[in-house]
Each structure stands twice: as C-alpha cells, then as structure tokens.
Write a protein that binds this ligand. Sequence first.
Ligand SMILES: COCc1ccccc1-c1cc(O)c2[nH]cnc(=O)c2c1
Ligand SMILES: [Mg+2]
Length: 214
Amino acid sequence: TRSTRPQRLLKAVKQHATRGDPQSVISAIDHFCRHREWAMNVGDEKGCILDSVVSELNPEKVLELGTYCGYSTVRIARLLPPGARLITLEFNPDYAVIARQVIAWAGIEDKVQLVEGASEDWIPRMKEHFGIETFDLVFLDHWKDHYLPDTKLMEGCGLLRKGTVLLADNVICPGVPDYLEYVRNSRSYKSCYFKSHLEYTRAEDGLEKSVFLG
Ligand SMILES: COCc1ccccc1-c1cc(O)c2[nH]cnc(=O)c2c1
Ligand SMILES: [Mg+2]
C-alpha cells in the first residue's frame, strides 16, 4: 500500500541528514517540504522566530502540544541547556511513530519525552506523572480548537507561573480566533504577534507570544 507523507518525510531525513546532527535533520525536512511535499511543520521562517524565543528564555521545562513528525521538537530541543526537558504530546499514533524516529535520528532523545494521547487527558497529570511543577515555555501547535480549552486547563492545573511563555503557531492560518481574543484581552497575559508566513508558502501566518502574568 502507498506510503504516508510522514513516512516519506522520515525517509528523506534518513537519506539526507546526519545521525546526531539536529541542524541537518531540520534542513532535510525543510528541503523535502519545500521541493517535494508540503507538510505542516512550523517551518524555517516561523522556526527562526521560535528559535529566538527559546534562546532568549533558556527554558528548563518545555511543553509542546502537537508533535506531528518532530520538526519543532528537534528545533526546540537542540537549543535547550543540559538537564532541560521537553515533553511533547501527540494524539495521532501514526505521527508519533515517525516523530520518535526523527527525534532519535537528531540525537536529542535524552532531552525529549514524547507522550501519546489527548492533551486534555495528560495536562492534568503533568505533576503526578512527570514531576513537573510549572512549565517555562509551552508551544501550542495542535488542533486549533484545543488551544483555548487547553490553556484554561493549564491555568487551572497550576502549570503556568509568572513569566511562563505561551507560543502559539497558526494564529492566522488556519487561525485560532477564540484563543487570540482570550490572550489579547485577558489581564493575565501580555501578548504580542510575530507576523510571518504559513510554512513553505507566501500566505500570511504568525506566532502569538503570550507571557502569563499570574
Ligand atoms: C492539516 O491542515 C494543514 C493546513 C492546511 C492549510 C493551512 C494550514 C494548515 C496547518 C498548518 C499548521 O502549521 C498546522 N499545525 C498544527 N496542526 C495543524 O492542524 C496545522 C494545519
Ligand atoms: Mg503549526
């Protein structure tokens, strides 16, 4: 039977990237998505914005909602200091199978814990299951209608502290209007928009960075 796009993306990583070299994995995926098949990675343009937010924050505890093939997982983990941890949640088991291999190929599996399942099921279990008190950075890149409920759930579970940064992908395309309205109007957040483009295209998209004020 025909292979899936994530399987073909993984094949491109294994063919063109060097084991243990995260940058070569990132470049191989970007090349594949720009010249062979579009795929919904955050991509190189928004990825540079993501890099700058991570580098400036130097987070110890990172949560990623939506792993897909692990592109942004590798982008984030490659910048983390020793001892820092990234937990990434993926609902789709077929994506998780590919992401685990991409993460391993990049050689950053020691910093990453990929958890399969629904974000709403796992967010309430972060403390007792992973020993996490609060997150320093959350990257939202999963189903658009889950951004707002999951944010409220993280607030309710006490997973956000003064200064925690929420960074949300796709706030224009496909768009997350309810989430944007919330973080931009709530007194609990200081929010700003980084205008960019939908990965590998000329369509507008951007990242919203929202600092939790407690
Ligand atoms: C399946 O839709 C693909 C698509 C089609 C057109 C426009 C945007 C997107 C898109 C882009 C992204 O970065 C995404 N990131 C995370 N979860 C998504 O569902 C997602 C969708
Ligand atoms: Mg996205």
